[in-house]
Structures are given as structure tokens and as C-alpha cells.
Design a protein around this ligand. Structure first.
Ligand SMILES: CC(C)(COP(=O)(O)OP(=O)(O)OC[C@H]1O[C@@H](n2cnc3c(N)ncnc32)[C@H](O)[C@@H]1OP(=O)(O)O)[C@@H](O)C(=O)NCCC(=O)NCCS
Length: 180
């Protein structure tokens, strides 16, 4: 992964015990924009898009905070025609907080919030994003659920050659509450 080697050298916050999770609110929009901007190779969206994620889609998003700073964020939504499926749009963990399972803990917190209605997870990953692949493979293992892939958006056909292809990752079915 292109940014992996440089960012590993910055690690990391030593103690994550005081990180708290919450739903975002609209006033988080600019902090989300800034976090995503720092988390390459994520695509930066408009700040307006981040505001919508933090308001209309707050129920399917999570903020991780430490000492008042946003160190993690996940955006997502339930598929309009498959409401039992959570689409995870972006996962961002500040470089100084990486490598300690924060992304996994945020994903589990989000799934737990929707445990009675969500039994599948979709996300899309570019082929070279090793950290992201590792995160979602580990999630599938911890859920005891199959992970299947197919092409979601093609570099030439959908992105006009301007972006790597995005692979659809489908994890599920899973029954979170049955494991507790
Ligand atoms: C992908 C990402 C969310 C993972 O967050 P995280 O909290 O570090 O996740 P984990 O601690 O579970 O580690 C996941 C993987 O990250 C990689 N990793 C480990 N330490 C790392 C560090 N210090 N810095 C960067 N990546 C690291 C490893 O591949 C690890 O998998 P492994 O433990 O099986 O080897 C984070 O690296 C990130 O924000 N990356 C930039 C944005 C992005 O690519 N988002 C995903 C697309 S949706």
C-alpha cells in the first residue's frame, strides 16, 4: 500500500483506554473532513457530504474521540433496498492511533448498534489497500462469517481511468447477538 510504510513510522498513541465512541453530530463535519484528508488513500468528499454523513446518516456512523480530538471515524448507511445490509463507506483512523485494532472496535460498535436488523456488511476496497483488507478479513473471522468479493466499480468503465477499481467485499450472513 502506497502510504503504509511512511505512516507506520508515526505510530502510535500508546494508551487507547480513554478513547470513547459516539454517534456524530453535524458540528463534527469539518473535523471529519480534516481526518479523511489526513487518511490517504481515502477520497476526500465535499465538506457538505461529511455534514450529511454526520446528520442524516449519523445512526450508521461512529466517531472515536480521545481528549476531545477525533482519532477515528466510520461512515456508512443501510442499503436502501436491502436494509439488513450495512454499507461501510469510509473507515479513517488517525495515523498516530493505528495498529491497535481501533478500526475493528469501531466496526464492532457500529454492528452492535444495529445487531437486530443488520446481518450483512458491504464495503469496497482497492486491491492495494493492505491495511483495509486486513481489517475486514479480521472482522469476518471474528464474526465467523464468510467473506466474498466481486468487482463493484471498474477503473475504466466507471472511473474513466482516474481511480483504481473498487472491489466489493460482502461479509455475512452473521448474527451478532447470538454470540453474546
Ligand atoms: C485501514 C485502517 C482504517 C485500519 O485502522 P487500524 O485501527 O490501524 O486497524 P488495525 O489496528 O486493526 O490494523 C489493521 C491493519 O493495519 C495495518 N497496520 C498495523 N499497524 C499499522 C500502523 N501503525 N500504521 C498503519 N497501518 C498499520 C496492518 O496491516 C493491520 O493488519 P494486521 O494487524 O493484520 O497486520 C487505517 O489504517 C486507516 O485509516 N488507513 C487509511 C484510510 C484507509 O485506507 N481506510 C480504509 C478504507 S475504507
Amino acid at each position: 500500500m502506497d502510504t503504509f510504510s511512511t505512516e507506520t513510522s508515526e505510530k502510535n498513541i500508546t494508551d487507547q483506554s480513554n478513547i470513547t465512541f459516539r454517534k456524530p453530530v453535524a458540528t463534527d463535519g469539518h473535523a471529519v473532513f480534516s481526518l479523511v484528508e489526513r487518511c490517504k488513500p481515502l477520497d476526500v468528499n465535499s465538506m457538505y457530504c461529511n455534514l450529511l454523513q454526520c446528520s442524516h446518516f449519523a445512526d450508521t456512523a461512529v466517531v472515536a474521540e480521545q481528549n476531545g480530538d477525533m482519532v477515528g471515524f466510520i461512515s456508512g448507511y443501510r442499503l436502501p433496498h436491502q436494509p439488513d445490509t450495512l454499507f461501510v463507506w469510509q473507515v479513517a483512523v488517525d495515523s498516530k492511533a493505528r495498529g491497535q485494532g481501533l478500526a475493528s472496535r469501531m466496526l464492532h460498535a457500529l454492528l452492535k448498534r444495529h445487531q437486530h436488523v443488520v446481518h450483512h456488511l458491504h464495503t469496497s476496497i482497492t486491491p492495494g489497500n493492505d491495511a483495509s483488507w486486513n481489517t475486514f478479513r479480521r472482522l469476518a473471522n471474528s464474526l465467523g462469517a464468510p467473506l466474498n468479493t466481486s468487482e463493484l466499480f471498474n477503473r475504466e468503465q466507471h472511473f474513466g481511468g482516474a481511480h483504481d477499481s473498487e472491489t466489493l467485499v460482502h461479509i455475512g450472513p452473521f448474527m451478532l447477538f447470538a454470540q453474546e
